[in-house]
Write a protein that binds this ligand. Sequence first.
Ligand SMILES: *[C@@H]1O[C@H](CO)[C@@H](O)[C@H](O)[C@H]1NC(C)=O
Ligand SMILES: *[C@@H]1O[C@H](CO)[C@@H](O)[C@H](O)[C@H]1NC(C)=O
Ligand SMILES: *[C@@H]1O[C@H](CO)[C@@H](O)[C@H](O)[C@H]1NC(C)=O
Ligand SMILES: *[C@@H]1O[C@H](CO)[C@@H](O)[C@H](O)[C@H]1NC(C)=O
Ligand SMILES: *[C@@H]1O[C@H](CO)[C@@H](O)[C@H](O)[C@H]1NC(C)=O
Ligand SMILES: *[C@@H]1O[C@H](CO)[C@@H](O)[C@H](O)[C@H]1NC(C)=O
Length: 865
Amino acid sequence: ENDSIFFRWLILLIAAINIEAKKKPSISKFLPVLNNSAILLTPSLASQCGFSMKIDHLGNAMIYTSLQNCFAQNVKDEAFTTAFQLRFHGSQLAEDEIYQMAETCHYTAWACREIICDHNYMEVSVKRAAPDNYVLPKNPIPEARKRPIDAGFRMTTITFFTPAEKVMKVIDAQRSGHGIANTPKRLVLRSPKTSPETYTQNVAGVPMLVVKTSTVFEKKWLVTRIDAAAACSVFFTADTITWYLPRRIDPLISFGQPKLLEVYMGIDGQRLDAAEIEARRYSLTVTDTYIISVIPIGAVGGYYKSHVQDGQYHISYTVEPMIEMFWTEDATHEGTRYKVFFPITTPLLPRPPQVTDRTIAAERVFKLELGYFCPDVALVNITFPSEVLSVTECRARGINVLEHMSPNSSYKVFTLEVPFTDPVVQQTSQEGATVYSLHLVFGLVVLDDFAPFSHAAYVQATLENIVPPSVSGGCDYQNFYVLVKYGTQGLNFQTAVGKQILTQSLAQQYGFAENGTHFSFIVDTTCHYAVELSSIKSRLDVTLRNLETNTIIKEFSVACNFISSLTECFPNGTMTALAVKLESVPGLNPSQLTLRDPTCGPTYSDERYAYFVFTGNSCGTTRKFLPNMMMYENEISLPDELGAKRASNSEEPEYELKVSCYYDINTTYAVAFQPRQRRNEPYAENAKGQLQVAMRLALDDSYSVFHRVEDYPITKYLQQPLYFEVELLTPASPEVSVELENCWATLDQDRTSRPRWNLIINGCANPVDQYQVIFHPVWTDARVQYPSHFKRFEVKMFAFAQDQEDLSRQLFVHCDVMICDARNPLGGVCNGQCMNPDNGNKGQRRAVSDEDKFNHVSLGPIRIS
Ligand SMILES: *[C@@H]1O[C@H](CO)[C@@H](O)[C@H](O)[C@H]1NC(C)=O
Ligand SMILES: *[C@@H]1O[C@H](CO)[C@@H](O)[C@H](O)[C@H]1NC(C)=O
Ligand SMILES: *[C@@H]1O[C@H](CO)[C@@H](O)[C@H](O)[C@H]1NC(C)=O
Ligand SMILES: *[C@@H]1O[C@H](CO)[C@@H](O)[C@H](O)[C@H]1NC(C)=O
Ligand SMILES: *[C@@H]1O[C@H](CO)[C@@H](O)[C@H](O)[C@H]1NC(C)=O
Ligand SMILES: *[C@@H]1O[C@H](CO)[C@@H](O)[C@H](O)[C@H]1NC(C)=O
C-alpha cells in the first residue's frame, strides 16, 4: 500500500486441515530472497530485519514486513521491493511446496520520523540530517537549520540510553540483534522488543517499552550524531479490551507540546474509517492524555481460539489493533509518524461445553446438541459404556453426527442423533413405561495443537408403553355383552359392530356405558345386526380401528350357541325340534317349514327359527327298530308345493333338516341333528376304499413345511391363519385333479358331529363367513409335480362358543374331495367353478352321482391357545 510502510501478504492455506493424519500444515521456511539466494529467516533475524508473521485461527498466514527491511531493494527511498520464497511442509509423501513472491511499494510521504511498534520489534526511521555546525547540540535545532548527512559519513558508534548510557560500536550493536542501516536519506534503527538495550518507562500511567539511541557519524574530522527513539505501549483491561496509548510519548518528545494532527485506528495493519469503527462496535477516543481504543471481546476483526487447560475447554480472543498518529513538534516543526501494532490476546476464559437435549421421546431418537466451540475444534470419537466409536463409525451404524457452524462462523456446534434401537442405548422398564438412557463422553480435539479434551453427558427419555385397547365379551340367549378396555392411548379409536360403525345413536340403542377406562354395550342377538346366525351359533364381530390410519387395532368375535338344544326327545314320546334359519339360505321363511306331513307346521316361529313339537305317531314320523333301540325320524323342509315352485325355477329345495330320536328302554336322548342342503345328496358317508387323498396343515403360506401327524393336537391362537393343503396321493395322470366340494369344521372328531361350521360349500368359500376362506394357487415346485393334484386354502382360526363363558378348546376340519378327470369332466366342481347357489350353476351338480369320485379327509384336533 502506498501510504503504508508495510507490505502485507495474506497467504491462504489451501490445504484443508487433515485431522486423521494429525498433521498440521505450516510454513516451514520463510525465506527472503536476496540476489536469488534465499536466506532462512529465524525469529531473531526477523526482528532485526523488520519481519513478522502470524497464523490466524483460519490458518491464514500473514506476513508483515517493513518497507525498509534488511532485504528490501530501495530505490531512492521511494520504491521498495521485497522478494520471498515460501516453503510449505509437504505431507510425508508429497514434496514441499515452494512459492516465490515479490512485492514493490512506493512511498514518498516520509515524515521526519517514522516509528513502528510491531509484535517483535520497534523500528524508527529518521531523516538523516544534522545541524549545520556538526556539533553535538545541547538544544534541539530547528529543522531548517539541519542538513542532510551525505553518504560520506560513516556510522561508528551508537549510544543506547537504557536509560543509563551504553555505548556500543555499530557493528557490535548489529551483532547483538539490532538493525542499524542507512538508506539513501534516512537512518533506520530496529531493536527486538526483547533486547537488553530497551527499557520500560511509565508514560502517563502506561508502561511503555523504549529504545532510545544516538548514533555517531564520522567523516574525516567531522562528527555528527542522530538521535532515534521508539516507545511502545502494553496495557489493557479485560472483558472489553481497552488500550490506552499516551498521547504525548515523552521519550520521543524533547520538550514542548506536540501538535497531534492525525489519529487513525486500524486492525491488522489496515486503517479503518469512522463508519467501520462504529459498525464493529469499536471506539477511538482522544483525550488530553490518551488515545483510547476500545474493542469488545468477540468483536469482528479478532478471533477466538480454543485451548485446553487442565483438561478443560477454554477460549481466548485475539485481536490486533493498530494506532497511527502523526504529530509535529512546535520547536522543530519536525513531524513524527508513529504506528503501533498491538496484538492482544485475552487470558484464557473457561467455556464449559453445553449439551442441549432436544429429544422427543415419541420419535425414538436421542437428539443432542453439543456446543459452543470455536471453529478450531473437532469431534473425534464418542465413548459409550460398551464401546468407543469414531465419528465415521458412528455414521456407519446409523448414529447421525453432524457439525454446524453458526451463520456468522463465530462458533461451532455438533449434533448427535442416536436411535433408541441402537445397542448403546440402555433400556429399563418402569411401570407402564420404558426408560431409554444414554451415557456418553464426547472426545474432542483442538485442531491447532491436537490437544484432546472430553465432555461427558447423560440423557434419558421415557416412553409410555403403548397398550392397545382390548375387547372381551360373551353372550346369553338374548344378548351379546361387549366390554372394551381402553389402551394407554385412551378412547382414540373407532368401533365397528359388525359392519356398522358405532355411532352415537347406535350406541344409545345398545345401552352404551362408559366410565373413563372402559365402555360396554349390549347387542340383542335377535337384532338384525347380529352378524352370523346359523344353526349352531350366532356371532358378533367387533372391530377397533385407528382413527388416523384407519388400520385395524383389534378384531374380536364373540360366537355363542344361543339355543342350547335343538332336538329333545321326551320319555313320553314327545319330540321337539328347532329349525334355525341358515344364513346361507337367506330367502327362507321359517314359518313355512313343515314336518314330513305338510300339515305339521311349527308350533311357533319367528323370522329366524321354527319350533316343532310332534310325536312318534304323528306328522309322518317313521320308526326303525335297531338292536336294543328304536329310532324315530322325521324331516323338516319346505312343503312340496313351495319346493315345487322353486324346482320350476330350476332351484333345489334349499332346506332339509333330518330329526332323529333314539329311544332305549330307560332313557331317551337326541343323537343327531343334521341340516342338509339338498335331498339325495351323497352325504357324510364314511370313506370307501383306500385313502387316496390326504389333508395337512402347513406352517405358513409357502406350503413348504407341514405339521406332522405326531404334532397333533396342534395349537393356534384365534385369528391365526391355518394353511390347509389337500393332495391326491394315489399316482395319477396330470389330467386328474382334486377339487374341494365341501369343507367344514366340527368340535368333535366325528365328521358328522354337530355343531358344524361350513368353510367351503360346493367349492365356494362360505359366503356368510366373515373370515372367508382364501384359496391359494398351486405352482409346480420340487414337491409339486402336478399342481392339479393339490388344493390349498387358508382360513383364520376360529372357535365355537359352547356356552356363555368358554369358547370350546378344539376343532376338526373335514373335507369332501372330488377326484375329477379333465378328459371326462363331470361339470360343477370339476369345472373348477364355484357352485355358489347364487350364481345359477346349480343344475350341474346333479350330474355328479358317482359316489366313488368322493373322498373324505379330516384333520385335527387343532387347539386354541
Ligand atoms: C547483490 O547483487 C548486487 C548487484 O547485483 C550486488 O551489488 C550486491 O553486493 C549483492 N549482494 C549480495 C549480498 O550478494
Ligand atoms: C454471531 O452470531 C451469534 C448469534 O447467532 C452472536 O451471539 C454473536 O455475537 C455473533 N458474532 C459476531 C462476531 O457477530
Ligand atoms: C477419543 O478422543 C479423545 C479426544 O480426542 C482421545 O483422547 C481418545 O484417545 C480417543 N479414544 C479412542 C479410543 O480413540
Ligand atoms: C370401569 O368399568 C370397568 C368394567 O366394569 C371396571 O373394571 C373399572 O374398574 C371401571 N373403572 C372405573 C374408573 O370405574
Ligand atoms: C310330554 O312331556 C313333556 C315334558 O315333560 C311335556 O311338555 C309334554 O306336554 C308331554 N306330552 C304329553 C302328550 O303328555
Ligand atoms: C334300563 O334299566 C334296566 C333296569 O332298570 C337296566 O337293567 C338296563 O341296563 C337299562 N338299560 C339301559 C340301556 O341303560
